[in-house]
Design a protein around this ligand. Sequence first.
Ligand SMILES: Cc1ncc(COP(=O)(O)O)c(C=O)c1O
Length: 434
Amino acid sequence: MSDAPSSAETIEGQRSYLLPSMLHLYEEPLVLDEGLGVRVKDPEGKEYLDLFAGILTTSVGHCNPHVVDAMSRQMGRLGHVSTLYATEPQVEAARMIAEIAPGGLRRTFFTNSGTEAIETALMMACVATGRSEIIALRVGYHGRSFMATSVTAHSGWRPLATPVAGIKHALSPNPYRCPFKQPCDETCVDKWIDDLEEVIVTTTNGRPAAFIAETIMGVAGFVTPPNGYFEKAAEVIRAYGGLLIIDEVQAGFARTGRHWFGIEHHGVDPDIMVMAKGIANGAPVGATITTDEVAHAWAGKTISTFGGTPISMAALCATQEQMRTHDAPNNAEARGKQLRTALEAMQAEHPWMGDVRGMGLMQGIEIVRDPMTKEPDLARTKALLEASREEGLLIGVGGLSGTVIRIGPSLLITEDEMAEGIEKLGRAVERVGT
Ligand SMILES: Cc1ncc(COP(=O)(O)O)c(C=O)c1O
């Protein structure tokens, strides 16, 4: 038993002192007190196998000793200076990212969150092109600031009726809910691309600054655009003189398996790429990387007090070292296959699992009332979430209707740990019925 206050006390404190709009996954909030690897514990000592990793963030496991050690040593040496000074941890972090980033991406600006990194990317594109209109995808999610919620196209995450002007949304390439053809096939790619072009020529002045998209749409419920989409989308936005911004906040850093970044599966080189979440195993780091050319276009001054702070940079470098030592891209691919095979076997027995999708260790299950009508089933999704909790398993949710189970554990998860997670999930699935 931990010496921390009880779950009930923490929940009471949360209700008294924190914003009520903060989302919690369960009927009764789950309080977490300690973690190691893929396991976390509540203050009463109940253990959970964590297949959601703090929203795909503890990429090399909770309290990874190598990361903890690197952060502690850096904290005792030099904790903070701001971007007004040069520090080796920041240079080393940028160098490590440039080594694995696709194409000509080379120059990074560090911030403290995905949202800030998105803001930086959008501003960078507008500054570099001298334009101000942005195209994004419907159901996409890019963060919580004024600008980021405006690029986000998911009503539940947009508190303002009047968002930032100049942002337009194209159809999301969602094969499961394809409006053109069922079952959707490769001919649908051109239809989504036609829509993207139509958005540019009908709703903008024809001179967009950028198109921004996630390679797997995380909050949307791991919507996975088909092959060919990004290649053609890049051609369209560049034909109109705009830049391609790829948001790898969820899909980056080996999450999708085999490669370091989701966009590498599509053979496309972005002009700007945004990273956060798994980049530093939970230390607050956002990063925006771009080419020399785009970077040099930013003529004005810029600064961040906490961005690139040595402790976070030490966490980033140590996380990268762990990912490289343990070959995270290939482990994510192998463990992703193990999980996917099991999910498809469950789907064969349970028609309410309407769609199983994703790549690597980013796998989702869309839950429907009937596989023919595809009507979302919120009640069953919530029941599965609660049943998993009772089985000692953490999974996430997403999707426009909140009816997609999201699974995204540590990229270093072992075969046995994954087998245990599959077994627990299988029991939870049986409990919520056929
Ligand atoms: C794809 C994507 N972009 C940006 C963000 C914003 O990141 P943060 O919550 O760190 O601000 C998120 C967060 O979930 C995300 O999933």
